[in-house]
Design a protein around this ligand. Structure first.
Ligand SMILES: Nc1nc2c(ncn2[C@@H]2O[C@H](COP(=O)(O)OP(=O)(O)O)[C@@H](O)[C@H]2O)c(=O)[nH]1
Ligand SMILES: [Mg+2]
Length: 354
């Protein structure tokens, strides 16, 4: 799972990247994409660890990529943005960082602080990138359709579908508005369209608003998270022992880092199922709506193939019954089949014939 930070220059992308990954960012380094892998904080693992004292604890992870922001006002900047697009296309989530902070020593891009307008400028870039792909493909298909080929019918269908996509994009709407069926989506999946990727917006507020919950009403966005990137980065680089005092000084309950990571995870449509035992306690990411057999496949293809049933207990039920023995006695452990839809926090023990 990959999440890409994108946004206008000086919006604070590298600072948020640093806050999330704990990696320092050299402001004089070449503006190349950087990546860092982050564990998804899950307090449920701590409880299971206490129960089992396992040899290993494995959290789910997300890879964050800091994509340099490009000036969109000149040809050089636009060329750099185009060069970076393949990196952006690979993301499962676009995290658009918009500037809402005042900082006299760092002039704002285009000398304005207007988070909504900056988001809208980024959304336009996302739309333009897809428009570019769609128009190029339509031109190519238009030429191909003039000749009789074996694949004529298929090309005709794709052409009609792309015309619908073009209409959606031209009115600023994402491709999902034009692709009504799973078949349509599959047919166009190889293009790596940006408007197919979910978007989360980070509103980078001034230091004195670090604890405020600023939510902008933005279109096309799964969630908005507000934070002060510079404060979050400072917290991330502090020693664990100094953190509590620093937070108290600022009057902040908790750093936004964990919340942001969890929201990114959720915005990707991911949930976690858990497995536990003396060897390992682990959180496994699966897409929301996955079945028990798909979950089994995450662990091992052999387990999916030989799937017999899943012994399942919800994490909250386990906690209220204290442990597995208590949950069994209270009738909270269910036997589920292949098509059972896994819920976030389900503890699964999958029985398979291998
Ligand atoms: N006061 C303040 N300054 C910030 C904040 N976030 C970033 N900055 C500063 O703004 C400048 C640009 O930030 P950077 O993360 O490099 O932006 P990027 O171009 O989007 O990667 C740096 O000097 C940061 O220290 C913030 O939340 N508050
Ligand atoms: Mg940067």
């Amino acid at each position: 799972m990959k999440a890409a930070f994108i946004g206008l220059p000086q919006s604070g992308k590298s600072t948020v990247f640093s806050a999330v990954t704990g990696l320092t960012v050299d402001p004089f380094a070449q503006p190349e994409p950087r990546s860092g892998v982050v564990h998804v904080p899950d307090p449920r693992l701590a409880y299971l660890t206490k129960l089992y004292n396992p040899k290993k604890v494995v959290e789910a992870t997300i890879e964050f990529i800091d994509v340099p922001g490009c000036s969109l006002d000149d040809a050089n900047g636009q060329e750099s943005w185009r060069r970076l697009l393949p990196v952006v296309r690979q993301a499962d989530l676009l995290v658009v960082v918009v500037r809402a902070f005042e900082n006299a020593s760092v002039p704002a891009y285009r000398n304005r602080i207007d988070a909504e307008a900056d988001f809208s400028a980024m959304w336009d870039e996302i739309i333009f990138a897809d428009l570019d792909t769609v128009t190029t493909r339509i031109e190519r298909l238009g030429k191909a359709l003039k000749k009789p080929t074996k694949t004529h019918d298929q090309e005709k269908r794709e052409h009609a579908l792309l015309i619908k996509c073009l209409e959606a994009l031209e009115s600023g709407r994402p491709l999902a508005d034009a692709l009504s069926s799973e078949d349509d989506r599959r047919q166009l999946s190889s293009f790596g369209f940006l408007t197919e990727i979910p978007v989360l917006c980070v509103v980078n507020v001034s230091d004195d608003q670090a604890d405020a919950n600023v939510s902008l009403d933005l279109p096309h966005v799964e969630t908005c998270v507000s934070l002060s990137a510079s404060i979050e980065a400072e917290i991330a680089l502090l020693d664990e022992s100094d953190r509590a005092a620093f937070l108290e000084d600022l009057g902040i309950d908790a750093p936004a880092r964990d919340r942001l990571i969890r929201e990114c995870y959720r915005a990707c449509g991911l949930i976690s199922f858990l497995t536990m035992g003396a060897d390992e306690v682990r959180a496994w990411p699966v897409k929301y709506g996955s079945s028990a057999v798909q979950a089994a496949g995450k662990i091992h293809t052999d387990i999916a193939r030989g799937f017999i049933r899943a012994e399942t207990v919800a994490y909250d039920d386990l906690v209220s019954c204290k442990d597995m023995k208590g949950a069994k006695a209270a009738g909270k452990v269910r036997k589920e089949g292949k098509s059972y839809l896994v819920a976030d926090g389900d503890i699964l023990n999958i029985l398979a014939s291998t």
